[in-house]
Design a protein around this ligand. Structure first.
Ligand code: S0N
Length: 273
């Protein structure tokens, strides 16, 4: 039971989506399968993250799982079929990849609050979040090559940026589990705390982050992503540069001159060295 007054933002089947003092919390709510995701779970999370992007009163997002056993145990093996995870209409999907992109693109910080197993695709979910705070009972690991799957995308390349190439290969090749403390030492977890303090510390971190400049945080996230994301990362960073330019008088002058059918007077604006 949380001591914070989380208010439901929207009702879903597989997730809880709540709000408290500027923080949105997305909770995978399938404890019977250790919060494994099925296509519907990912569709709901995609919808929730889109709301996080749009809502002005949401500053930071926390991703977690219900209970004290698991953050997320990856793709639901019970609905895995030929070509992917089978949705309610019988269509095979790999739509957790869309969620990875969504989390990385979100112009707000996303914190994984890891409250137990972060395994397989569940491990990748914490990897793609901006920060990870883990309870001391958390366990981390990939299982793909053991259970017939793999993530050669962010789940390996971005993981390698966090823990180094050798460790990333070890994690994927051996499919062992690592303690929260080991994961912190490797550099893929920011902080390990007692389970009973996990939400408190996460809220504390959110409150600190919310005292910082949102636009500065946004640009830092973009820059750190761009370093790994190639043309796509540059495009997102360039998009934000355009956004900031549109906030300036210099950009307004161009538009106003067009609408007023005159030459723009760009000479009035400073050329910083
Ligand atoms: C988490 C583990 C280690 C916990 O072990 P423990 O404590 O012994 O508990 P269990 O008894 O095993 O589990 C408790 C109950 O939960 C069910 N359950 C657990 N995990 C899953 C799961 N992933 N799917 C369905 N059910 C699960 C158990 O069955 C049990 O329920 P009952 O008692 O009713 O049987 C351990 O559970 C474990 O190892 N779990 C499996 C971890 C795993 O292999 N996950 C899948 C890995 N693969 C992926 O995630 C796919 C990656 C992916 O999604 C992807 C990647 C790239 C591109 C696209 C995709 C994509 O597919 O979309």
């Amino acid at each position: 039971m949380s001591k914070y007054s989380w208010e439901t933002i929207k009702e879903y089947t597989d997730i809880k989506f709540e709000f408290f003092e500027g923080i949105a919390k997305v909770t995978i709510n399938r404890p019977e399968v250790y919060n494994a995701f099925r296509p519907e779970t990912n569709m709901e999370m995609l919808d929730a993250f889109e709301i996080c992007r749009e809502r002005q009163d949401i500053n930071v997002v926390v991703l977690t799982g219900t209970g004290d056993k698991a953050f997320c145990s990856g793709g639901d093996q019970k609905v895995k079929g030929v070509g992917g995870y089978i949705d309610e209409n019988g269509v095979p999907r790999l739509n957790v990849l869309d969620l990875h992109k969504k989390i990385r693109s979100l112009p707000k910080p996303v914190i994984a609050m890891v409250n137990g197993y972060a395994i397989g695709g569940g491990h990748v979910l914490h990897v793609v979040c901006d920060l990870t705070i883990a309870s001391d009972n958390a366990r981390f690991g990939q299982t793909g090559p053991k259970v017939g799957s793999f993530d050669a995308g962010f789940g390996s390349s971005y993981l390698a940026r966090q823990v180094g190439q050798k460790k990333a290969r070890e994690i994927w090749f051996l499919c062992e589990q690592y303690t929260a403390e080991e994961a912190e030492k490797m550099g893929m977890v920011n902080k390990v705390v007692p389970l009973e303090e996990l939400e408190d510390i996460t809220v504390q971190w959110c409150r600190t982050i919310m005292k910082r400049s949102p636009l500065a945080l946004r640009m830092i996230k973009r820059g750190l992503n761009a370093e790994l994301d190639g043309q796509h990362g540059i495009m997102e960073m360039a998009g934000d540069a355009t956004l900031m330019y549109y906030l300036m008088q210099e950009a307004q002058e161009g538009k106003n001159a067009f609408l007023e059918k005159r030459d723009p007077d760009f000479g009035q604006f400073p050329k910083f060295p």
